[in-house]
Unconditional design. Structure first.
Length: 244
């Protein structure tokens, strides 16, 4: 039986800068895999490589045993990869429903079918009551849920969450943690980049720590948060972590 997602020896290089160096990981159905690390660690770059948004110098990516290394992002999305983006940029002149309809059309050519998928995603993300509201009017927590609904409308088998919790107040954070936990009940595999350690500890089955594009630790949340190398490189840093 194949893992939901496998990445072997991923190398991403921009000119003379090696942003991701020889990263290998495996993600099973129903598992939440956390990716953490300080600024410049290469987390989002790795996300972009796995989802088809950044070219790899070396490596292989497989989805349920199928080699998808050479496939563009839209084909990977059609095969079952969904993702949110760190900086949400909805089409603000469109309604919430219309924003979710756009990715829903990737799988459904008829508008009626795409609308049904979009409504399901909005219900799942908890913002169906905002469907006809302009997306420009949403607060941060609902914009994040809109990002989720757009990804869920692709009917993904593997979901990439890029700092979904950042900036949320405590009640919204608790709600989002609970929501992400429910996603895996149907077997959905989740790979998340996150700086909010409460979310990492409560949600993740397995965690990898990156620093300067290298893997410096891997294991359960408890193991990595007590690793001296992780504390020195990341957790012990008093500066607020940034976007990469």
């Amino acid at each position: 039986m194949h893992a939901a997602l496998e990445a072997e020896g991923i190398v991403v290089q921009f000119g003379g800068l090696v942003a991701v160096n020889d990263i290998t990981l495996s993600l099973d159905e129903g598992e939440i895999f956390g990716l953490i690390g300080p600024n410049g660690a290469g987390k989002t770059t790795l996300f972009n490589a796995l989802t088809g948004y950044a070219p790899m110098r070396r490596g292989k990516v497989s989805l349920f045993g199928e080699d998808i290394t050479q496939l563009p992002a839209f084909v990977r999305a059609r095969l079952g990869i969904g993702r949110t983006f760190q900086i949400e940029r909805p089409f603000e002149e469109l309604t919430v429903l219309e924003n979710v309809l756009i990715p829903a059309f990737l799988h459904r050519a008829r508008r009626s079918d795409a609308e049904r998928v979009a409504w399901d995603a909005l219900e799942q993300a908890g913002i169906a009551d905002r469907a006809h509201q302009p997306s420009a009017d949403l607060n941060l927590a609902r914009r994040r849920r809109l990002e989720l609904a757009k990804a869920l409308s692709l009917k993904p088998k593997v979901l990439f969450l890029d700092e979904l919790m950042a900036g949320l107040n405590p009640p919204a954070l608790a709600e989002m943690i609970g929501f992400v936990r429910t996603l895996t009940k149907s077997g959905l595999a989740v790979l998340m980049v996150e700086h909010i350690m409460k979310a990492v500890v409560e949600l993740c089955d397995h965690v990898m720590v990156l620093a300067s594009g290298e893997r410096i630790a891997e294991g359960s949340p408890e193991q990595v948060t007590n690793d001296p190398k992780v504390i020195e490189a990341y957790l012990g840093d008093s500066d607020e972590p940034g976007d990469r």
